[in-house]
Ligand binder design. Sequence first.
Ligand SMILES: [Zn+2]
Length: 349
Amino acid sequence: MKRRQIFGMMVLATALAILTGLACFVRPPPSPPPSDGATLAGGAVVVYSPGYRVSFFGIERLHPFDINKYDRIAAHLRSEGLVDPNGFQIPPEATFEQLAAAHDPHYLRSLADAQALSAALEVTVPFGGAAADKRVLAPFRRAVGGTIAAMRAARSGGFAVNLGGGFHHARPEMGHGFCVYNDVAVGIAQLRADGFTGRILIIDTDAHQGDGDHAFFADDETVYSFSMHQGSIFPSPKLDGDRDISLPSGMGDAAFLDTLSSALPELMAAAQPALIVHVAGSDVLSDDPLAGLAMSPEGLIARDVMVLSAAREADVPLVHLLAGGYGPSSATAQGESVATMLRRWAEAP
Ligand SMILES: [Zn+2]
């Protein structure tokens, strides 16, 4: 290697070290105190906190993850006049006890170690301990708290959205696929602790299989775990759920919506749900870098409205979670989807 190349690499390494170091001192996003927010038209509730945003040592730039997605969707709902600035329900972080009601406590404690945390995130986190807890784990715990809040709100008002969550790859004793805690499992454990005994249907339409949800509820007959996903991508191998539909890449809107439309009546009949949880990832979109289902924003909105309509027709409360989605059009499409659903919900049935 020539001396000039070595010098160039040293400059690059130094610049990266400085940038990484600077990223350490970026202030974490504000975490406003918990608030009940407002009940919107028709009884809907939207749960959100700026504290969902992960910002730590630049990992948010290493993973193809739009860290501003939640904030942009919240801003869209405000600009459309659907939620006023104090209208969002702001959740507290899920507590260790709440997380441990679903996850193995040994696994939860292991996340203090940088290596274990890096393995769960599939991104190298250079330090563990208090700094990682505050900047990485706390935002995830806040989003899990959001799903708990949304599940409780949906039970009373019929429809609730968490502008986050849907960490459907996290398993009882293991995190992977950028999912550390499984908010659906932790939320359901809380509902059970609240005394809710009704059957629950998970409808997972994210491009990736909800293997974590399948793992949690494999032996639980009160929870029906359904996933339709692109067969050729992460996770591999897949786990068996109560029902899975493996989709080919390049599927497009019409075939995707046909498949969902045919499946929904069968799912409702098989699950007999008293609550539906929709894990509604936007990585089905054609510009997603990690998947290839080739859907349009209009197709995504139609998918979400289809699940909302099925829930409403059956008079079953619905929790909507944003889950994965990493492409340039993700925030815009999901923002318009949530806006459309809130408008539909506000209309008289
Ligand atoms: Zn996904």
